[in-house]
Design a binder for this molecule. Structure first.
Ligand SMILES: *Cc1c(COP(=O)(O)O)cnc(C)c1O
Length: 434
């Protein structure tokens, strides 16, 4: 593990990761986390916990060494920590970008997908299943499975399949089977349930690759550990270039894997403020009657409950029913959030902020036209936050660019056209012909 890794600087020791010790028991983070799963899944969960402890924590058979090698030569790590010159000038503080958009696949998701598929191989599994909403996690998993020569099946809601044809094609190009899920509304929530059902009956030869720091223990700690490479690198890179730790780290949060990956290496550095940027959607007001939250701000507006195997903060109505969430970015559109992130918010270690659709669009255009980097709409929330709150931040700010925006160009045209976005190009020439 990182304790024995050579570091690129004479930086202080990488910080101890919270939950690592707790990760050895039941995966509780204060009131959150746990293993709320049907009896049929317990053997799979126990086997996975054992494998996590041996291979990830214990580096048995050199698992973590192989993981890091493959992240380097297949994934393209380390990703740069780049100074953003124009944004630094604009906001009057040093802004550094952790460029996960340059990771293979165009987002941070490969860190986790590659880690889990490789772990499945070490466990002797012969088949991968995963769920996907917009298709980004499915795409990352299909890529990792092709790279490691593992058969792969992706469950995806029928409605999502129709809305995300390029991602469906990407998965199939990489040799994955895409199984449509017709139950319910045909979106992510149903796809997760269907994947759990598959796993419960195939656990002997199958591993379920969960896409974020959610689900029953050990998934939240395991996914965090795979994504922690983001902050391990960023911490060493920041010290190397500035001689100091950053004052702030800013990252967008859906399920929370980008935030936990960006924060893990800094959690024990008390001087580093951590900001989790959630999707504020169109408003933080909730329509109880319709069962709809027009946002995905579960840290900010959520209440304690159990979803997908863990106790955490959830968007729910007064009867405890999970509400439909909304965001302009499909990757943040989830009613829950990882239990460790919920815990760190309650502890006051992480500050949650909701950034609405309008501000996210502004952030999208700001980063594009000032720095020549088109971010994913998820990532754009972090830059919307800078536009609104940069003066609240310290001298040296690291912002994780969780993904690139190529996948979102159609949505960006449509959403830009709907509103008056400061800094956006004239849109009529784009929308007229499309
Ligand atoms: C999926 C995704 C997210 C949100 O998921 P987390 O689990 O919160 O990281 C954020 N940014 C990008 C680019 C994504 O693809």
């Amino acid at each position: 593990m990182s304790e024995t890794e050579p570091t690129t600087t004479d930086a202080p020791e990488p910080s101890r990761r919270p939950g690592r010790e707790r990760g050895r028991d039941d995966g509780k983070f204060g009131r959150y986390g746990g293993q709320f799963v049907p009896e049929a899944l317990m053997p799979a969960i126990e086997e996975l916990t054992d494998a996590y402890e041996r291979y990830v924590l214990g580096n048995e058979d050199g698992f973590m060494d192989e993981f890091r090698e493959r992240l380097a030569d297949f994934g393209g790590r380390p990703t740069p920590l780049q100074r953003a010159d124009r944004l630094s000038e604009r906001y009057g503080r040093e802004i550094y970008l952790k460029r996960e958009d340059l990771l293979h696949g165009g987002a941070h998701k490969l860190n986790n997908a590659l880690g889990q598929v490789l772990l499945a191989k070490y466990m002797g599994k012969e088949r991968i299943v995963a769920e996907t909403g917009a298709g980004q996690h499915g795409t990352a998993t299909a890529m990792a499975a092709a790279h490691l020569d593992m058969p792969c099946e992706i469950y995806m809601g029928e409605r999502d399949i129709n809305r995300q044809r390029p991602n469906v094609f990407r998965m199939k190009l990489n040799g994955a089977e895409v199984n449509p899920v017709t139950a319910g509304r045909g979106t992510l929530k149903e796809a997760i349930s269907e994947t759990m059902r598959d796993w419960a009956t195939t656990v002997e030869n199958t591993h379920y690759v969960i896409g974020s720091v959610v689900g029953p223990h050990p998934f939240p700690v395991m996914v965090r550990d795979f994504q922690a490479v983001i902050s391990e690198e960023a911490r060493a890179q920041a010290i190397e270039t500035t001689g100091e730790l950053p004052t702030d780290v800013v990252a967008c949060a859906g399920g929370g894997s980008n935030t936990m990956g960006s924060f893990a290496g800094f959690v024990d550095d008390d001087g580093v403020a951590l900001h989790a940027i959630e999707a504020g959607g169109s408003t933080l007001e909730v329509d109880e009657e319709a069962g709809v939250a027009p946002n995905s701000a579960s840290l900010f507006a959520g209440e304690e409950g159990v979803l997908h195997g863990a106790r955490t903060k959830l968007l729910q109505d007064s009867h405890g029913q999970i509400m439909e969430s909304h965001s302009v970015s499909s990757g943040l559109d989830y009613a829950g959030v990882g239990p460790e992130l919920a815990y760190l918010v309650d502890e006051g270690r992480v500050t949650p902020v909701a950034v609405d659709d309008d501000a996210a669009l502004e952030g999208f255009h700001r980063l594009s036209n000032t720095e020549g980097i088109i971010p994913a709409l998820e990532t754009a929330h972090a830059f919307g936050y800078l536009e609104e709150h940069a003066e609240d931040l310290g001298e040296r700010v690291v912002v994780t660019v969780s993904g690139r925006g190529d996948k979102d160009l159609d949505a960006a045209i449509e959403e830009t056209d709907k509103r008056d976005v400061p800094g956006a190009p004239e849109m009529s020439m784009f929308t007229g012909g499309i």
